[in-house]
Design a protein around this ligand. Sequence first.
Ligand SMILES: Nc1nc2c(ncn2[C@@H]2O[C@H](COP(=O)(O)OP(=O)(O)OP(=O)(O)O)[C@@H](O)[C@H]2O)c(=O)[nH]1
Ligand SMILES: [Mg+2]
Length: 688
Amino acid sequence: MERPSLSSLRNIGIISHIDAGKTTVSERILFYTGETHKMGEVHNGQAVMDWMPQEQERGITITATSTSCRWGGYWINLIDTPGHIDFTIEVERSMRVLDGAIVIFSAVEGVEPQSESVWRQADRYRVPRICFINKMDRIGTDYPAVLDQIEQRLRGRPVLLHLPVGHEGSFSGIIDLLDEEMVLFSEADQGMTVERRAAPDDRLDEMREAREKIIEAAADFDDTILSDFLDGKPVESRRLKNALRIGTMACRIFPVMLGSALRNKGVQPLLDAVGSFLPSPVDIPPVEAENPGSGGIESLNCDPKGPLCALAFKVLSDEGRKLTYLRIYSGTLRSGATVLNGFRGSAEKVARLFRMHAHKRERIEEAYAGDIIAATGLKDVLTGDTLSSPGHALLLKGLTIPEPVVSQAVEPKGIEDREKLPLALEKLQWEDPTFRVKEDEETGQTILTGMGELHLEIIADRLARDFGVEVKTGRPQVVYRETISRTVERREVFRREVDGKVQGGEVLLRMAPLRRGEGIIVTMPPEEASPLPAELRAMLENSLMQSCSAGGLTGYPLTDVGVTVVEVPFEPGLTTEIGLRAAAQRCLVLAVRDASPILLEPIMSLELITPSDYTGKVLGSLQQKRGRVEGISVRGDMEVIRASVPLAEMFGFMTELRSATKGRGTFTMEFAHFDLAPADTLKKLGYV
Ligand SMILES: Nc1nc2c(ncn2[C@@H]2O[C@H](COP(=O)(O)OP(=O)(O)OP(=O)(O)O)[C@@H](O)[C@H]2O)c(=O)[nH]1
Ligand SMILES: [Mg+2]
């Protein structure tokens, strides 16, 4: 197969709030680039990118799907992500490996809660973005309001590149302000034919004004633009594009386009903009990888001849076998090659390599730095692992994994289900780092933990459909956290003879409460002041971390606690790994008991939309749920309530809200922080 030049490659993602139209845009991209010959629609369950049956039935995206296509001279690897917050890990992993993104907004709803979340995720990884205001065909569109919201709520500087032609139902195309042309999309062939013609005279003034704003933004990145403009000289579109590209790649401006994906309008200009404004793999800064051998940091350019360095960002269990998605940052990967998994320290063999087209695979023999591909044969690799050459170990930073906050007990229905359940759960965990499984020690039940009710519902559905395992599910429960309310110090000495050998260990720990959100911080004594050998030191630190996540009083993980190892005496021949670990674990559990432990519950931030007639009723029910209203605003004939509410009160709320608002109210919520649980919960779980 022909190989793309690195500068023509674009690795991009599509991100937005749920339902803004990501998959609809992706389907158009596949159609116009010739990857598909029929346009799939989300609402008919026929979108190629929504290939899972659960996605097709529900009309929502659940898993990030990648595909490859070509447009103009560009090769595009495209990842369509889900908008629902329960599947936020899919956005996280995509942002970790992509070089640029298209952010979609609805022209009616504008910036919504998950628009903010995905924007923040992209900020965190410094991913340059272009924006697409979609659904310009709908009644109630207000794109200038969306521009204001991008500025105020997302703190981004939008640069509008289009004006609409027609309004709402009569929206028929755009005016391209850079090239000063009107662009229309044929109704006869699903928008395949794009007609560019001179803009009508009655819009010239409006165009001039809007173009001046582009010139103003571009001038920040090219000094000659402003001086030419002030001298009355023409500023060509090519120069503006170059300057906007610089600003976009620096995440200082965000070009904005208009369209209606469902009505097949505006997608080709969006594809052009991917090439014009978003970076290629050689435009991004070199990646930094740790060399565990030397302990140093290596800076890697996107070079096929460099040392191999690839990040596994997604693992799929496909008919029982692992399919691993890789972003190659440096070097070349060949099918059949032996690679080192730097994190696990094991060597593995790549069986085959593929370029992915949604769920279909195209076999390739080699893949190069800059590309995104998938591999089979890697048995131990999990999300976040780095692959490198066996002689040259490298480690990339993994991804930030959000904390799952909802759990549910599951019980296999029959004997066969019981036998098959553990393996099925293990495979589902390969795919999803936000899905956890544990055994309840008291009841022997299997407890699943995930991001929300929908997440766990999809897992149960997949257990039945993908793995043939039927389960009964319990009620969803909140995953609490435990913390302490005062500082304590405790010494613990362990000494026991096992098989004729004495296992000993001693520690003095100080445990202190930290501020909310600080997590667990383990502080070891300065190396020069402690005679403890390096392996024991690392083991002790690790073991304390693990004990914290195993929990204190009731088994909920500890958080916001500082653990300081004040003293750890070392007696050669007596202090052993087993002894020290036993002393540390026991010391930690007993110290927590002395430190007045308390329980924290997850608090969610909620955005709720209701017809104004029902606002009073909805506010009443939020109050009953210990909700704290933070603001109410008007959007057309609806009101938008922002509030914070404890998750424990919110199970089944969608049904309640629907019936209270005759089906018209909706809400979205995401985890905000942990806060003190109410007295009755503390009492019920034995804290007071
Ligand atoms: N009127 C109108 N509807 C649209 C447009 N684009 C998408 N839709 C509809 O909006 C709904 C959601 O579209 P999707 O493409 O599934 O949205 P998404 O962003 O992929 O949603 P998730 O993946 O679930 O987050 C579907 O019913 C689409 O048909 C548009 O331009 N105009
Ligand atoms: Mg989708």
